[in-house]
Design a protein around this ligand. Structure first.
Ligand code: SDX
Length: 393
């Protein structure tokens, strides 16, 4: 790849890696999972099929898909002892803190899948993590609102089962409509992997020391939490809500961003790689329109988002800096439309990104020449400093 500067200290420790999972062309706005354009997958493959594609390299055939769906169903329950942890967290505990803690805890309860020796083990470990992250997330939400945790059902598909665990209450089952389930599948599929972003690189870094899959993905959750990364979907909706509640005209807000008033940013805009449109944002923007129409809902934040996008795309400040809507600009509005609470938005990103983290962990652990990541640095600190006794300091 030309143009990438790879810091190589001559011992194989480099600042970039080789991967066959996801391809991005930031200038052309291209995103492909295992060579398949995201636009071809959207609306045609479910999140579960996409997870298999991302992790194992090809879209599953009927037998593989049924096998994986079966593993996901049988892995949905968390150990009954694990459920007690949720009562130990304060109700105000951030769900991302609970998610990272409980994913790490899985390595204590599901020890059988930390020792991965063959494809069957990998399939089972992937299913355990992708299935249980959903159960843990829903349990964290239920604990935060003081409702009883809901057990997974074996007759529901992935997205429907998650929504059931989130919104069912004793004696009143939540049944997701096909439109809501399809919207959640699309959201999760669009987040499934994204090359060497901050959280995926973190998973590779931790996994390169041969740390187990759960510990590595728990580290990914922590990296994703930041507002410049996965936390941006929450920040983007909070930004839109503030504009709505304050009644501030959009062009006044744009002026504040350009003046960098109090460091305010246009959350959901800009990207380290996409210097053109983020293909996921275009798909999400259309999905939001479709879901709101299907559900016969409107959302004033969507109107503000559209105004902001139009204003920014016509403004040299944003165009010169190659700032376009990224995945987080519309994703929060889609989650609002299907009833996901704001405090769960970044958790939803983590559920969607789990297959990508697993695939990257698998890729480095299957590399026969795999070495521990050991980035080097350019040292800029003081040199040759003398030690002095305390009374001379
Ligand atoms: C994700 O890497 C991935 O693939 C991530 C992700 C994934 O799927 O894993 O795609 C998911 O994290 C998407 C990004 C979500 N984050 C946000 O939406 C937060 C808001 N965006 C920014 O903070 C920022 O755009 C970043 C962090 C995303 C990217 O920053 P860069 O490319 O390092 O840009 P920069 O910080 O060097 O800024 C360059 C200029 C600066 O202005 P000047 O100093 O030149 O005057 O652009 C400005 C910045 O102030 N700028 C913004 C801006 N982002 C950059 N100005 C206003 N609003 C913004 N959002």
């Amino acid at each position: 790849i030309t143009g990438y500067i790879t810091l190589d200290d001559g011992y194989g420790n480099t600042g970039s890696c080789r991967s066959a999972i996801t391809y991005i062309d930031g200038d052309a706005g291209i995103l492909r999972y295992r060579g398949i354009p995201i636009e071809d997958i959207a609306g045609r493959s479910s999140f579960v099929e996409t997870a298999w594609l991302v992790i194992f390299g090809e879209l599953p055939n009927v037998e593989q898909r049924d096998h994986f769906a079966g593993l996901l169903s049988e892995s949905a329950m968390i150990d009954e002892v694990m459920r007690k942890h949720f009562n130990a967290f304060p109700q105000t505990a951030p769900p991302m803190a609970i998610l990272s803690a409980m994913i790490n805890t899985l390595s204590a309860h599901d020890a059988g899948v930390t020792d991965i020796r063959d494809d069957a083990d990998m399939e089972r470990a992937a299913a355990v993590l992708i299935s249980k992250v959903r159960t843990i997330a829903a349990a964290a939400y239920k604990a935060s609102i003081g409702e009883p945790l809901v057990y997974p059902r074996y007759d529901l598909k992935y997205a429907e089962n998650f929504l059931h665990m989130m919104f069912s209450v004793p004696y009143r089952q939540y049944e997701a409509t096909p439109e809501v389930a399809a919207a959640l599948n699309l959201f999760l599929m669009l987040h499934a992997d994204h090359e060497q972003n901050c959280s995926t690189s973190t998973v590779r870094m931790v996994g390169s020391s041969k740390a187990n899959l759960f510990a590595s993905c728990a580290a990914g959750v922590c990296a994703l939490w930041g507002p410049l990364h996965g936390g941006a979907n929450v920040a983007a909706v909070q930004m839109l809500q503030q504009i709505h509640d304050s009644g501030m005209p959009v062009d006044e807000f744009v002026r504040k961003v350009k003046n960098k008033d109090d460091g305010v940013k246009l959350m959901g805009f800009g990207h380290r790689v996409y210097k053109n449109f983020d293909p996921r944002s275009r798909i999400l923007k259309k999905a939001v329109d479709d879901v709101l129409a299907q559900l016969e809902k409107t959302d004033p934040l969507l109107d503000i988002a559209r105004e902001l996008e139009t204003a920014a795309l016509e403004d040299d400040y944003f165009v010169d800096r190659k700032l376009y809507p990224n995945v987080d600009f519309y994703s929060g509005i889609l989650l609002r439309a299907i009833g996901i609470p704001l405090e769960m938005f970044t958790v939803m990103f983590a559920i969607g990104r789990m297959p990508g983290w697993i695939a990257n962990w698998k890729e480095i652990n299957e590399d026969p020449k795999g070495r521990i990541y050991r980035p080097r640095q350019v040292y800029v600190g003081p040199t040759d400093v003398k030690w002095r006794p305390r009374d001379e300091r």
